[in-house]
Design a protein around this ligand. Sequence first.
Ligand code: F6R
Length: 240
Amino acid sequence: MPPRILVANNALDHGRITCDAFLDVIFQSSTPPSVVLPTGNTPLPFYAELRARLRTRQAKIDFQFLQLDEYMGCAPHSETLFSKWIAREVLDPLHIADRFTFNSAADPSEEVARIRAHMASLPSIDLVVLGIGQNGHIGLLEPGTDFNCAASLVEMAESTWAANCAYWGQDIPRSAVTLGFQELRKAQHTFMLALGTSKAEALYRAFYGDVTPDCPASYLQSMDNVTIIADRDALSLFPV
Ligand code: F6R
């Protein structure tokens, strides 16, 4: 099944369109759906829109949050933790109580085993929302990762690490835990979010290139119910 493509005119519009698509999935479900959400710059307008809608809506938005990735080796209260970031941006403002988060300070192999066991206990994931790295990564699954891998301890690619350090204005750990393809393939719906020309090539390779571990996002070509939500710059290499 080819992906659905939703085209945004600008970042604000991207936030609105993503929010509409997100709420469609949330409200389809009679019980709180399970949702994986990314950190990063791309989803910021979406999270801002979600907070704004919540302030004006009567309906309660509820879901079970599943973490996508996390730096390993940070102190439990470090402000750079992805879990803290997503709590500040989305989960606290929306009063989402059901959270499966990763423990950055835990022993990495024990933490990976705990994550794998929890994810394996879920028959499916209702919605996985992803961003894309310029090198085609999704989550922190970097180029070269086996398509059969489960949640793992990984080393970030140099470019990913540099982008993350720039984001926080300080050095962050080089190792991280991330969900693997075994978990991501449980998604009933997958959203791929992209903004800007810097993502155009990766997005093109993901959906028009070979399905290869060299471009982890190309795995999405093998999945159903994928929605690309992107602005015209990110979609600029797509055939018209
Ligand atoms: C972050 C994550 C990453 C980002 C990607 C794009 O949790 O999973 O894969 O989605 O690096 O980051 P931005 O949106 O900052 O360009």
